[in-house]
Design a protein around this ligand. Structure first.
Ligand code: FES
Length: 123
């Protein structure tokens, strides 16, 4: 069984409130997937970059997930909207929420946490 690991992702300063995301790659349920981290109301959050409507990446421009209000994560394809702090569906054609990835932030660095079905990409 894989152990839980805490992996450095980016510097805290790389994530601005409602700003651009920092992308990273993970292996989720055995498949390599894109993921992203954002900051919202001061706290970092991360999700798989996979819409719950159709399993597609959501950003309409690279690393841009927030709508123009900065209050929602929006899928570019059909407009599903998700709460930035929980990944829950808040509107549009989503079928459930986003897959959340645990983060911690300390000493100016954001780290992500592996889980049994969420692992780093090994090169
Ligand atoms: S693929 Fe995201 S809303 Fe349809």
């Amino acid at each position: 069984m894989n152990q839980i690991r805490v992996i450095p992702l980016c510097n805290s300063a790389d994530l601005l409130d409602s700003g651009l995301a920092v992308p990273f790659d993970v292996v989720y349920q055995g498949m390599t997937c894109r993921a992203f981290a954002v900051r919202f109301n001061g706290k970092p959050h991360a999700y798989l970059n996979r819409c719950s409507h159709v399993a597609m990446e959501m950003d309409y421009q690279p690393n841009r997930f927030f709508d123009i209000t900065g209050q929602w994560l929006i899928c570019a394809t059909h407009g599903a909207m998700y709460a930035p702090d929980s990944g829950e569906c808040r509107g549009g054609p989503c079928r459930g929420g986003l897959v959340k990835i645990s983060l911690t932030e300390m000493d100016g660095v954001v780290h992500w946490h592996t889980e049994h079905n969420l692992q780093p990409v090994e090169f």
